[in-house]
Design a protein around this ligand. Structure first.
Ligand code: FMN
Length: 211
């Protein structure tokens, strides 16, 4: 199939080895950040925080807790995608206030909606609430994969790390945050053999159904 979107998605692969000399430009990082800001989330609550890790020292520590994967230290940029552990009522109130401000409407006109969201959240156990928040980073990761591919920036989506160790190293828990996903971004090494591998995907007829 020929289409720019399909070309982008076929170009990308989960990069295993980066060229540490090649850096993503500031201009492209701004595009990536804006793409990550535009991510949709449940109720639009955006229970996310994106942390770029620039410190070499911290990256080394993180690598020791990420199966020693070289992307953690060698990629141009390393992003840890975190979610909030719990959202309290004041968080929802702030979201309602932001919506009213941006849309130039009276906050009282959407307070009913805010109360509905609070009720839905209060219905969840603490564990379910935290798990629900932790699903939102996957939406960001998917969007990030495509954005990077469109810019011809290599990326590695990563779950192969110890979240508890990352939380400790980055001091996340005190900020009501937990690490969910990591994404390394940069430019592939010529030595990365994975770039030559054919994509392994199921056939269209095996993954779609009509009922
Ligand atoms: C949520 C998620 C976590 C992943 N974790 C890792 C990882 O820790 N290390 C790694 O090298 N690749 C990781 N991958 C890459 C997958 O193995 C890869 O995307 C998959 O095999 C498909 O290959 P492709 O991305 O090259 O098309 C992860 C992918 C996803 C979506």
């Amino acid at each position: 199939m020929k289409h720019l979107i399909i070309e982008d998605l076929s170009w990308r692969y989960a990069t295993k080895k980066y060229n540490p000399e090649l850096k993503i430009s500031d201009e492209n990082i701004e595009i990536i950040k804006e793409s990550l800001r535009l991510v949709p989330t449940s109720y639009g609550l955006f229970p996310l925080k994106y942390i770029f890790i620039e410190s070499k020292e911290i990256r080394e520590k993180l690598r020791s807790n990420a199966w020693g994967q070289s992307q953690i230290t060698d990629a141009s940029h390393l992003l840890v995608i975190c979610s909030f552990i719990q959202l309290d009522h004041s968080y929802i109130d702030e979201h309602i206030a932001l919506t009213a401000k941006i849309r130039n409407i009276d906050p009282s006109s959407i307070q009913g909606y805010g109360n509905f969201v609070k009720t839905k959240i209060d219905e969840m156990s603490a564990e379910k609430h935290s798990d629900w928040n932790a699903k939102q980073p996957y939406i960001a990761l998917g969007q990030l994969m495509h954005t990077c591919a469109s810019l011809r920036i290599d990326a590695t989506p990563m779950e192969g790390f110890e979240p508890a160790a990352f939380d400790e190293i980055l001091g996340l828990t005190k900020d009501n945050l937990k690490s969910v996903l990591v994404c390394a971004m940069g430019y592939r090494s010529e030595e990365d053999n994975n770039q030559h591998l054919a994509k392994v995907r199921k056939n269209i007829e095996d993954i779609f159904e009509i009922k």
